[in-house]
Ligand binder design. Structure first.
Ligand code: ATP
Ligand code: MG
Length: 597
């Protein structure tokens, strides 16, 4: 309704509203964490549809993760009050968008609509089958092929052989998801025009993490100063340099689109001033933003071991959710308002530099019966046992046994041509339900799979229109960042996966030199990117922030004694509050534990 629309825009500040109202031509919204960039982007889409009569299907919004895409859709649904309208807006990641182009124009690539996506493992299998090379050599060739696709190495005969093989197998590899659309649009003016006409308005969130090919794709879709391209970002939150992202595209934007309008947002609606100041200290910048309120000091704590650190976090969480104040732990600190307790487990997150840290944390959470969800890990059904399952099931969607056998080594698994044909008939144009029945019989009833994982699998499968779509989804790893905000559970995730999200209370364990910056097992480290990563993590917190380090820790089976992260030393000491360690938990205290399962 008009009234609902009105209130949607009422709660934007003047700067945000100015950006929302800008319609024609390129624009850049550049602002710090929590200033409402994503909110403004969503508001802009709502404004276009509600006040500018733009058709939802003319809008393309690109986000960095599937989680972000999901959240944007949710926000749009809430604002637009109409599921159909918001459903017609294309909201996707670069990869999912590329996949959609490959689907729509599969014929241009000499593929049919049932093409499969080849992940790294499968890619190496194919390389082995056409080169007769073994493991490490195949790995090298695979990297080489990626470089050739990205244009940093010239083509060679083996590359052509590999490309032919992919085509024969009706397959694309993961590099193709963006590279092939870029190639298509560079060569085919008609299709380019079609897509430009279709997507009149293009939005990109987290623009600072755009890489070269993604940028090329954007330039092809939005070529000049007449293009309605709106990008939103923050150079200080650029954390994907290691994957080729180039925050330089923020400054390049004004060169490539000289008429671009630039908007800046200066008030953070997420973080307290304390958190903003401390996080700016880490990236050696000052006075970036105006915070919500003063907020409480940031708690720091040193623990004897990684296990003790995990135990500390779990107990702190139990206290916080159980209503024990942040400050009652150390009564000598008499600052703070009533804002220092946490209502729900979903308001809490533990953000780790590496996935290796998850094990200790989740164990401690289990010990204290605290429900949690992991994000940024590989879900069970994308791990080894399922890889073979998606490969084999995927093979049945292929055209012939020969192709399938080559790609998925069915022969080794003793599947005969006849069996193959039988299952293939069974799965002919399979609908998702009969597919799930099949999978259940063939896989789940025989193996021990956690009912929760099976439930998650069913949920993900039933969201998809077809089985091949679901299998493509699995291959893309699209489930990896699936994260359910409404779940009453603590989020355990990587710092990378936390981008764009916010929580009342954030724990960042492993603040040690070696983990932050992460230098262990690595040849090259971009120290500034590591600082920005901590900056991103710290600015996820609205009210409470815990930074912890451990004197000893086992990582990948090796014991380390790492000193405190040098990044912590750059934080103004008066912003930090040392939390004292409590004595070890006594048996009696067990009664006070949360029992939320
Ligand atoms: P990040 O850089 O982390 O992606 P962001 O700039 O995209 O952050 P948002 O996620 O859009 O910021 O907003 C941060 C929080 O502030 C959200 O909870 C949002 O609802 C709230 N917020 C943004 N603008 C306003 C406003 N004008 N009034 C009230 N709350 C706001
Ligand atoms: Mg955002």
């Amino acid at each position: 309704t008009q009234k609902a629309q009105q209130s949607t825009f009422d709660n934007l500040n003047t700067e945000q509203f100015a950006a929302v109202q800008h319609i024609e031509g390129p624009s850049l919204i550049i602002a710090g964490p929590g200033t409402g960039k994503t909110k403004t982007l969503t508001g802009k889409i709502a404004w276009l549809i509600g006040n500018h009569h733009t058709k939802p299907e003319e809008i393309l919004a690109i986000t960095f993760t599937n989680k972000a895409a999901g959240e944007l859709k949710e926000r749009l649904e809430a604002i637009l009050k109409s599921k159909t309208q918001s459903g017609e807006v294309t909201v996707s990641t670069f990869h999912a968008f590329g996949l959609a182009i490959l689907k729509d124009f599969n014929v241009e690539f000499n593929r049919n609509a049932n093409f499969i996506l080849v992940d790294e493992n499968l890619k190496r299998e194919i390389i082995k089958s056409i080169s007769k090379e073994k493991g490490s050599e195949a790995k090298k060739l695979s990297a080489e092929i990626s470089k050739i696709k990205k244009g940093s190495l010239p083509e060679n005969p083996f590359f052509k052989k590999y490309e032919n093989e992919l085509q024969k197998l009706n397959a694309f590899d993961l590099d193709d998801l963006i590279e092939k659309p870029v190639q298509l649009l560079s060569e085919n003016k008609e299709i380019t025009k079609k897509l430009r006409d279709k997507y009149q308005f293009i939005f990109v969130d987290e623009y600072q993490d755009t890489n070269d090919t993604q940028y090329k794709l954007l330039r092809l879709l939005a070529p000049d100063s007449n293009s309605n391209l709106c990008v939103v970002g923050d150079a200080n939150q650029s954390i994907y340099g290691f994957r080729g992202a180039n925050s330089g595209y923020i400054s390049k934007f004004s060169e490539d689109y000289p008429k671009a309008k630039i908007f800046r947002l200066t008030k953070s609606y997420r973080c307290s001033q304390t958190i903003l100041t401390a996080s700016s200290n880490v990236i050696e910048q000052s006075g970036l933003l105006e915070g919500l309120n003063e907020g409480v000091q940031i708690s720091i704590s040193e623990q004897p071991s990684g296990a003790a650190e995990a135990e500390f976090i779990a107990r702190q969480i139990v206290d916080l959710v159980g209503g024990v104040s942040f400050f009652s732990i150390d009564s000598s600190v008499a600052q703070g308002d009533k804002n220092d307790t946490i209502g729900s487990l979903s308001d809490l997150a533990v953000l780790c530099r590496t996935r290796n840290q998850f094990e200790a944390i989740t164990k401690a959470l289990r010990d204290h019966h605290v429900p949690y969800q992991e994000a940024g890990t590989i879900p069970y059904f994308q791990q080894e046992p399922f890889q073979s399952f998606t490969d084999i099931t995927g093979a049945f969607l292929l055209d012939s046994f020969e192709q399938a056998a080559l790609v998925f080594k069915l022969k080794k698994k003793n599947i005969s041509q006849l069996q193959f044909e039988l299952v293939k008939t069974q799965l002919k144009k399979p609908d998702v339900n009969s597919f799930l029945d099949f999978v259940k019989k063939e896989y789940f009833d025989k193996e021990e799979i956690h009912p929760n994982e099976w439930k998650r699998f069913i949920n993900l499968a039933t969201e998809k229109k077809s089985v091949s779509e679901f299998l493509q989804f699995l291959k893309l790893g699209l489930g990896t960042d699936a994260h359910n905000k409404s779940l009453e559970a603590v989020s355990v995730m990587t710092l990378h996966a936390s981008k764009g999200l916010e929580f009342e209370c954030v724990f960042i364990p492993g603040c040690e030199k070696g983990l932050l910056p992460y230098t262990l097992y690595k040849d090259e480290v971009d120290e500034d990117e590591e600082k920005r990563l901590l900056y991103v993590g710290m600015t996820r917190a609205k009210k409470l922030l815990y930074l912890t380090n451990a004197k000893t820790r086992t990582i990948r089976g090796r014991k380390f004694n790492l000193p405190k992260s040098p990044f912590l030393n750059s934080i103004q000491q008066e912003l930090l509050m040392q939390i004292k360690n409590r004595p070890p938990q006594k048996e009696k205290e067990q009664d006070n534990q949360l029992s939320l399962f």
